[in-house]
Design a protein around this ligand. Structure first.
Ligand SMILES: [Cu+2]
Length: 110
């Protein structure tokens, strides 16, 4: 009986995660820069998550947070920039070389 109860608790937890769309546990996330866009341009992560941007274009790009919450160097092809988001909030950023390139990282507790 107790085995059955354990399994159903696990199943409920899994369903809750699937249907509530809870953010992933703190860990790592990768955002690729492709064809003058951040992919994905909008993500939701848990506090403590390290986000890494990787430039897959032949053109240099940057990653500059609003109010300079984080700022990369110029990223050449294959270069990476990582930032760890400790606090909840909505972090908007742009490429300073191509201001039409925008993205947002939402930081939320799971
Ligand atoms: Cu750019």
């Amino acid at each position: 009986m107790s085995t059955t109860r354990k399994l159903s608790t696990r199943a409920l937890a899994l369903l809750a995660t699937l249907f509530l769309g809870a953010p992933a546990m703190a860990g790592t996330q990768v955002i690729e820069i492709r064809k003058f866009a951040f992919v994905a341009s909008e993500i939701t992560v848990a506090p403590g998550t390290t986000v890494t941007w990787v430039n897959r274009d032949e053109t240099p790009h940057t990653v500059i947070g609003e109010a300079h919450a984080f700022t990369s160097q110029g990223l050449d092809t294959g270069d990476q920039f990582a930032f760890t988001f400790e606090r909840e909030g909505d972090y908007h950023y742009v490429c300073s070389l191509h201001p039409f390139m925008t993205g947002t990282v939402h930081v939320r507790r799971p």
